[in-house]
Design a protein around this ligand. Structure first.
Ligand code: SAH
Length: 375
């Protein structure tokens, strides 16, 4: 009996095709110059992609008809192909499974939140897309489904940006329940550790926040980078001059427990992670978020709430408690509601701002920590 070597089944690890969203405005101008076209054509093409949200040559009537297909083929190749999507919350939450050019699979989740208090619901909507920065993840947090499969590869800048652009297109199309709307927030809380794919993620951040024609023009505060706490990368991010929101996955106030929940803690312990987040906050003047998954009888004891409260009081931090979402291969459950309430009240008693995440998509395995991109 012969078996084929596994390598024949493995996805090809070729570089993704070059895309406009990989490039700075300057590089886009150079790329159109290579095609013998004037620099302003790069701006026009960028506007189609980032503002008009189209990659359809027929819609690009301000570009010379004879060159449109070539421009699109050269700078707007299709990077993500939808394999399927699933919806929940009456069509207000949608998880999409994407196939990349080499067969790699990633997921993103779009969530529309309607503001109840507002008079004109349309304008007050919050439309958040949770995007992936890597296929898989190398951080091995035992309560997260993405970590169980290990890291497949880093995503390119454009593969990251295109998830947000696809969400913007979907929001604008009116296909999402509630009618046409606009993408307002991007969170790097999908698959992967964004700061482990640092250069591409920082370039993607620029594409998300740069005004047209350079990027999508989102406000910095509505873009959130969530990290396990890679201290040197947090320090570096603070020096980029960016103002995006930082979220730190703490999950335990003490090193002994955090070493097991977020294994990278053995390299950068709680104290160092918080100091790095403090410096980031001092640089940007913006509060950071502490993410804390509430895991029954693991990290939800009242004494841990007090310890966390003591650690954070006086810091420019806010705690976001996340009821643990179930994942295959883990026996852990979410803390019961009364335990969560007690934890929250103890933090508040220390003067620490605390909220409980309105976690979405659990029914479609689309909630925090559930993205595994199974075909
Ligand atoms: N690698 C980044 C982004 C990952 S996901 C990070 O760790 O911050 C975003 C958040 O979901 C993180 O805080 C992560 O710890 C949390 N999370 C992972 N698995 C979860 C689960 N099963 N239930 C609830 N939150 C989870």
């Amino acid at each position: 009996m012969t078996t084929l070597p596994l390598v024949f089944d493995a996805p090809k690890r070729t570089k993704p095709p070059r895309h406009l969203a990989d490039l700075t405005q300057e590089q886009r101008r150079a790329a159109v110059a290579e095609l013998g076209l004037p620099a302003f054509r790069a701006d026009q093409l960028s506007r189609h992609y980032f503002s008009r949200l189209t990659a359809d040559p027929a819609a690009m009537t301000d570009l010379p008809a004879g060159r449109r297909d070539e421009l699109v083929a050269t700078l707007l190749p299709e990077l993500l192909t939808e394999v399927r999507h699933v919806e929940t919350d009456n069509g207000m939450t949608r998880k999409t499974l994407w196939k990349l050019h080499d067969g790699t699979l990633v997921e993103s989740v779009l969530m529309r939140y309607r503001r109840k208090a507002a008079g004109t619901a349309e304008r007050d909507d919050r439309v958040t897309v949770c995007i992936s920065s890597q296929a898989g993840c190398g951080m091995a947090c035992p309560f997260c489904a993405t970590g169980q499969g290990g890291l497949t590869r880093n995503l390119s800048t454009a593969e990251i940006v295109e998830q947000a652009a696809a969400a913007a297109r979907l929001a604008a199309s009116g296909e999402l329940s509630g009618g046409p709307t606009r993408l307002s927030n991007v969170v790097f809380m999908g698959m992967g550790e964004p700061l482990a794919n640092y250069t591409r993620v920082v370039a993607a951040l620029h594409r998300l926040i740069d005004p047209a024609p350079g990027g999508l023009g989102l406000s910095q505060r509505s873009v959130t980078v969530s990290t396990v706490g890679l201290v040197p990368a947090i320090d570096k991010l603070a020096d980029e001059g960016l103002n995006v929101t930082l979220a730190v996955s703490l999950h335990a106030p003490d090193d002994e427990l955090r070493n097991t929940l977020v294994p990278v803690n053995t390299r950068w312990p709680v104290r160092e992670v918080l100091e790095a987040a403090d410096s980031y906050a001092a640089r940007t003047g913006r509060r950071y978020s502490i993410e804390y998954a509430m895991i029954r009888k693991v990290n939800d004891q009242p004494w841990r709430a007090d310890l966390l409260g003591e650690l954070l009081s006086g810091r420019l931090a806010h705690v976001n408690l996340i009821p643990l979402n179930p994942t295959p291969g883990s026996d852990w459950d979410a803390s019961p509601k009364p335990v969560e309430d007690e934890f929250r009240l103890r933090l508040a008693a220390h003067g620490v701002p605390v909220t409980v995440r309105d976690t979405r998509g659990r029914e479609i395995d689309g909630a925090c920590g559930q993205l595994a991109a199974k075909a």
